[in-house]
Design a protein around this ligand. Structure first.
Ligand code: FAD
Length: 408
């Protein structure tokens, strides 16, 4: 009987367990997680979970499943609050605190952790946002109406800023790059979404770095490279995430901005597969290695890695058009595809006057990406067109027809 082991008790790890059971695997399953919480969903941590709750109670915890469901429905053993510290691929063993867990099949889904801002360790009031415990700290500070400085105008920083504003808290976002989200959506749409911050009363300072975060035990101010001093009781650092691979040093896996895998999510080491934010796999659609930090791909990769690991002879490549969403104020931003474009064209709505628009991204003569703001019904249509490698002209024609249909 084979032992199916998952390291990382979050989205990709859970989906791996579910897929293993769905595929008929009935051997023992063990899930090892560093956090003491049951597996929970992260997107709400910078959205719903930060919102005020009426009557001062606690917000709903975003757990995926109960302990009973893990034990009975999934028949999986959970080892929580205990990080894996070492992987021995020769003996096929994972080391945890005072235990060695042997495996036949191993799915590594250790995700990523928030990148720290150097020089802020030990300063109270400075938070990254990756875990439930982080969100708890930020929530408490927002409840206390902390003057908030957000460092980094990516998804997480921008969502925290939205929440702070919606509570009426004073918030400034500092971004070293010229616009928010520039790596994820490119400069043109980065500038367009920047306006959402300004329209909602969030101060946004772009193109300026942070020179120091200061305070005596508790943070008091953020000093910028141009000399600006921002008083702060809460600093949220959203400057990206780092794949959690430290424990794999010396394991023989190829580590290079994540765990390098082939198109089947196979690491090249017998029995070992990777999935989710930690995996840098060969995306056949892109023709090169890619590491995503998006919910949908983490969930899908968890399931795909488990199926491939349990039946390598029938392994199928995992390929995807990347997709993510982010909620700012009353706007839902959604993006599919690849932001590196030769041209970005707004095909519906207006970025300056309307709270709703569709932008298409051209690379050579193809449709490469699409961004919508409050265009939930549109975005998946464009995902389909990108998958089919639709030409730019056909995509523009498609957009024209959609626009006419909507107007009629
Ligand atoms: P993770 O969720 O990072 O989980 C990895 C788990 O492994 C963690 O629990 C970690 O503690 C554990 N671990 C690490 N090292 C070890 C070890 N050595 N031993 C055992 N366990 C270990 N994506 C979107 O598409 N849309 C959104 O709106 C969105 N919002 C987000 C908001 C926030 C605040 C955050 C943090 C992320 C958001 N994401 C969003 C990204 C999405 O949540 C991630 O892509 C997803 O969580 C990745 O899942 P994962 O299982 O690969 O890794």
């Amino acid at each position: 009987e084979r032992h199916f082991v998952v390291v990382g008790a979050s989205l990709a790890g859970l989906r791996a367990v579910e897929a293993a059971r769905r595929s008929g695997f009935d051997g023992p399953i063990t899930v090892i997680g560093a956090e003491s919480h049951l597996p929970y969903d992260r997107p709400p941590l910078s959205k719903k979970y930060l919102e005020p709750v009426i009557d001062g109670g606690r917000p709903e915890l975003p757990f995926f499943r109960s302990a009973e469901a893990f034990a009975h429905e999934l028949d999986a053993e959970l080892i929580l609050g205990s990080p894996a510290t070492r992987l021995n691929t020769e003996k096929q063993e994972v080391h945890v605190a005072n235990r060695v867990v042997p495996y036949d099949v191993l799915i590594i889904a250790t995700g990523a952790h928030a990148r720290e801002l150097p020089g802020t360790q030990g300063l109270a009031g400075v938070h990254g946002l990756r875990t439930l415990d982080d969100a708890e700290g930020i929530r408490a500070a927002l409840e206390a109406r902390a003057r908030t400085v957000v460092i980094g105008a990516g998804f997480i920083g921008s969502e925290v800023a939205s929440n702070a504003r919606q509570r009426g808290v004073d918030v400034t976002v500092v971004e070293a790059l010229p616009t928010p989200l520039v790596r994820a959506v490119g400069p043109a749409m980065g500038a367009a979404v920047a306006a959402l911050h300004e329209r909602n009363g969030t101060k946004l300072l772009c193109g300026v770095g942070v020179s120091s975060v200061e305070g005596d035990g508790h943070v008091e101010r953020v000093v910028l490279a141009d000399g600006t001093v921002l008083p702060a009781d809460l600093v949220v650092v959203g400057i990206g995430a780092v794949p959690s691979v430290e424990w794999l040093e010396g394991s023989g896996l190829t580590l290079d901005n994540g765990i390098v895998c082939d198109a089947n999510l196979f690491t090249g080491v017998s029995g070992v597969y990777a999935a989710g934010d930690v995996a840098r796999w060969h995306n056949p659609l892109l023709g090169r290695l890619q590491r995503l930090e998006h919910w949908t791909s983490a969930a899908e990769q968890g399931a795909a890695a488990a199926r491939n690991a349990l039946d390598p002879a029938a392994a199928k490549p995992y390929s995807t058009v990347p997709y993510f969403w982010s909620d700012w104020y009353d706007s839902r931003i959604q993006f599919v595809g690849f932001p590196d474009a030769d041209e970005v064209s707004v095909v519906d709505g207006d970025v300056t006057t309307s709270g709703k628009w569709v932008a298409l991204y051209r690379k050579n003569d193809r449709l490469a990406g699409a961004l919508t703001v409050n265009g939930q019904t549109e975005i998946m249509k464009y995902r389909g067109l990108i998958t089919k490698q639709t030409s730019w002209n056909d995509a523009l024609e498609f957009a024209r027809v959609r626009r006419e249909q909507a107007a009629a």
